[in-house]
Ligand binder design. Structure first.
Ligand code: ADE
Ligand code: ZN
Length: 319
């Protein structure tokens, strides 16, 4: 029996497995520039975050209808459930779809067809987190929040993702302020490729409650102390860090040091179809390669529920 966990850092578009990409391409009459799934998998060799993002956005071309988003989410939930995920807080990137002429309604309604029945169908409770693309303008983020207003009963929070360096959190001060006023929870990717200062800025300017990745906090002992003191969770993604070369090898990952420092770390999958593993695979990898004890693994599982946006009573039931 896998350890029950909550997944807190998961881009639904990053769960698009090559087999489903080809199936949706055929269904929608979209031509893919790869001969077959093996040829597509061959392209999964990334030099950095941007080289991954280029493929990630290109493959989204196959996602066109509500049914596509429903199928994508159901495929993820089934795989996640099999690996012990009992609760998933799921990112989506509406700007990447709106730019292709796929509306907010198609995306949210489609995802909701799967998420709305996920407890019954998969035994996984869910939350939806709308991410803004930080390499798009602040005005575009504001327009995206406006477009999401009719669906806020289905959206728990906002996040910030895409190319980090050169796009500091403060660029999104206004949209985070508006989202807070609407009662939305706030998270942001920071310190994945960007410097530790982006983590501080996400906390101080955007008021985020969790840091996605946050890996580079390890370079700044005072920041680590602050994160410990304020109990700010990090949603770490070890296999992603290896594939995007933010760490040299898994054995070099700072997870054990961050846990030893007292940080509230969680282990997540980010874009599992691209990075070689779902949530349970990430836990297995850190156990095997970093030698984490059973006690440490139980701590990571406990942290995942503590850091989630579940209410206290829901949290206990999900565990
Ligand atoms: N979008 C999807 N995956 C991402 C990642 N690891 N970092 C930033 N943006 C992303
Ligand atoms: Zn991410």
């Amino acid at each position: 029996m896998p350890l029950p966990i909550a997944e807190l850092h998961l881009h639904i578009e990053g769960t698009l497995e090559p087999e489903l990409a080809f199936e949706l391409a055929a269904r929608n009459g979209v031509a893919l520039p790869y001969a077959d799934t093996d040829a597509l998998r061959e392209a999964y060799r990334f030099a950095d975050l941007q080289s991954f993002l280029d493929l990630y956005y290109a493959l989204m071309a196959v996602l066109r209808t509500e049914r596509d988003f429903e199928d994508l989410a159901n495929a993820y939930l089934a795989r996640a459930a099999a690996q012990g995920v009992r609760h998933a807080e799921i990112f989506f990137d509406p700007q990447a779809h709106l730019a292709r002429g796929v509306g907010m309604e198609t995306v949210v309604e489609g995802l909701w067809r799967a998420l709305g029945s996920s407890v019954q169908n998969h035994g996984v409770s869910t939350r939806l987190i709308l991410c803004f693309l930080r390499d798009e303008s602040a005005e575009s983020a504001l327009a995206t929040l406006d477009a999401a207003t009719p669906y806020l009963d289905r959206i728990t929070g906002i996040g910030l993702d895409s190319a980090e360096v050169g796009h500091p959190p403060a660029k999104f001060r206004e949209v985070y302020g508006k989202a807070a006023a609407l009662g939305l929870r706030r998270v942001a990717h920071a310190g994945e490729e960007g410097p530790p200062e982006y983590i501080t800025e996400a906390l101080d300017v955007l008021g985020v409650e969790r840091i996605d990745h946050g890996l580079r906090c390890a370079e700044d002992p005072e920041l680590v102390e602050r994160l410990v003191r304020e109990r700010i969770p990090l949603t770490l993604c070890p296999l992603s860090n290896v594939r995007l070369r933010t760490v040299d090898t898994l054995a070099d990952h700072p997870l054990p040091a961050l846990l030893d420092a007292g940080l509230l770390c969680t282990v997540n999958s980010d874009d599992p179809a691209y990075f070689g593993g779902y949530a349970g695979d990430n836990l297995d990898a850190v156990r095997d390669t970093l030698g984490l004890s059973d006690e440490r693994l139980r701590e990571l599982a406990r942290n995942s529920f503590l850091a989630s946006f579940l209410e206290d009573d829901e949290e206990l039931r999900a565990r």
